[in-house]
Structures are given as structure tokens and as C-alpha cells.
Design a protein around this ligand. Structure first.
Ligand SMILES: Nc1ncnc2c1ncn2[C@@H]1O[C@H](COP(=O)(O)OP(=O)(O)OP(=O)(O)O)[C@@H](O)[C@H]1O
Ligand SMILES: [Mg+2]
Length: 248
């Protein structure tokens, strides 16, 4: 098995706040790991460390064979890691002044020197794949939230990532648009993409995750197969959290 992410004894602080505490976590190639936990528990910080959007203080972090040094260390592998890790945010983060097509073409042309012709063909293929091939020449503001988030996924895929990070990709969407984004993610998982997903969509987690991780105050307190974590949580904090979120 190939390890795509390896965290060992990883710690992160925001000033005095100890946000991630001694995190040990490996993600194998093709695995879908869903991260759950209360607001402020450190879920976003954890996945943002994986592509270097947040620096950590000590411990070890290796992404697809590239060691990402702690704060103050040599960050020579950061550019390589960013090429291999796609990220999708709650707020889409599309470039408002570029068409959908250009949003998807930009990174491969800038970062990988892909030709315009090839980048365009890739954009069309990916936009088709996420079900919005007919929207390519619109601007983000002309699309629904669900469509914008699918553009964001296509844009991340255009870099041919080895790993996709999702930070609450459906939390900003109207309820009727959540399903179309989860469908695209479900399809990606089925095709074997390695994924780390922060989400409150427990139905999705139960169906798609290979492993569910519960974080409490910066610590992984429980992890396992979705059926085990959801139906038979061992830790009392996991039990309390799940009874809160599953009851409504
Ligand atoms: N840039 C920052 N500077 C200082 N503190 C921060 C920063 N980002 C996050 N924090 C704090 O770190 C803790 C973890 O934040 P994080 O955003 O990782 O939580 P989360 O589990 O993603 O929460 P949510 O479910 O609300 O998105 C919180 O206490 C938060 O206030
Ligand atoms: Mg968060």
C-alpha cells in the first residue's frame, strides 16, 4: 500500500492555543477519510496542514513521499506538494473575473506550463464530468452555488491531484444543491481518488468513507469504519457529538 499522507506526533499552535495535539494519521492511496467533530475542534486546521496552508510546530508530515518540514524548516517540497494536492473550500474561492473555462485552465497553464489547447480540452472534459459542460463560458456569479462548487472541483482536478482535500464543501449551499455536489464527490471516490473530507453530511460519510475520524479539541479520539463509529461509538465524546448531530 502507498501512503499518501503520514502524520506522526504532529502538533500545531495558534499562539498559546494548542490546536492539533500529537496527531498520528496515515491515509493510504485510494482511501476516503471523513473527518468529523465540533466547531473549533481543529478539522480545517488539520487538512490545511496537508497542503501547507497552515504550518505546524513539531512532529512529522509526509505527503506522497515529500516531507513537509515544520515551521522554520526547509520548505523546498511545498511547491511539489501543492501540485499534487487539490483543495475545495466551503466558499468555492473561484476567480470572479474569469469565466468558468478560464478558472479551470489557469493552474495547469501557470504551474505546469500546459499549452492553452491542452488546458482547454482538459477543462471541457472535466466540466462535462461534473455536469456543467454547457456553462463553460459563463462567469462564476452567473452560476448557482452548487454549480460553482462543481467548477471548483473541476478546477482542482485539472492539476491531476494525487489527493483531494474538501473542507465542508456543501455547508454554504442551499439544501437542494447539496446532492449534486455530493454526487460528484461520490463518483470521484468510486474512481479511486484519495480524499480527506471534512463534512457534516453524515449520510455521505456513512456511505462513502472508508474511515471516519472524530476530532475533539485537537485530538483524534476515535476512528474506524463508518458503521462502527456511527452505530457503536466507543468514546463518550463521540457518543455525545453524534447524538447531537444525528438527532436533527
Ligand atoms: N488563523 C487562526 N488564528 C488563530 N486561531 C485560529 C486560526 N484559525 C483557527 N483558529 C482557532 O483554532 C481552533 C481550530 O479551528 P478550526 O478552524 O481548525 O476548527 P474547525 O474544526 O474547522 O471548526 P468549524 O467546524 O467551525 O469549521 C479554533 O479554536 C479556532 O478559533
Ligand atoms: Mg472548519
Amino acid at each position: 500500500m502507498t501512503q499518501i499522507v503520514e502524520m506522526k506526533g504532529m502538533n500545531k499552535y495558534f499562539g498559546k492555543l494548542h490546536v492539533l495535539k500529537n496527531i498520528d494519521l496515515t491515509v493510504e492511496q485510494g482511501e476516503v477519510v471523513v473527518i468529523i467533530g465540533a466547531s473549533g475542534s481543529g478539522k480545517s486546521t488539520l487538512i490545511r496542514c496537508v497542503n501547507g496552508l497552515e504550518e505546524y510546530e513539531n512532529g512529522k508530515l509526509v505527503v506522497d513521499g515529500h516531507a513537509l518540514a515544520p515551521k522554520g524548516g526547509n520548505q523546498k517540497s511545498l511547491a511539489e506538494i501543492r501540485k499534487e494536492v487539490g483543495m475545495v473550500f466551503q466558499q468555492f474561492n473561484l476567480f470572479p473575473h474569469l469565466t468558468v473555462r478560464k478558472n479551470v485552465m489557469l493552474a495547469p497553464m501557470k504551474v505546469k506550463s500546459t499549452s492553452q489547447t491542452v488546458a482547454n480540452a482538459t477543462a471541457e472534459r472535466l466540466l462535462d464530468r461534473v455536469g456543467i459542460g454547457n456553462q463553460a463560458d459563463k462567469y462564476p456569479s452567473q452560476l448557482s452555488g452548487g454549480q460553482q462548487q462543481r467548477v471548483a472541483i473541476a478546477r482542482a482536478l485539472a492539476m491531476e491531484p494525487r489527493l483531494m482535500l474538501f473542507d465542508e464543501p456543501t455547508s454554504a449551499l442551499d439544501p437542494e444543491m447539496i446532492g449534486e455536489v455530493l454526487d460528484v464527490m461520490r463518483e470521484l471516490a468510486r474512481e479511486g481518488m484519495t480524499m480527506m473530507v471534512v463534512t457534516h453530511e453524515m449520510g455521505f460519510a456513512r456511505e462513502v468513507a472508508d474511515r471516519v475520524i472524530y476530532i475533539h479539541e485537537g485530538q483524534i479520539v476515535e476512528q474506524g469504519k463508518p458503521a462502527d463509529v456511527f452505530d457503536n461509538p466507543q468514546n463518550e465524546r463521540t457518543q455525545a457529538f453524534l447524538s447531537r448531530v444525528l438527532s436533527h
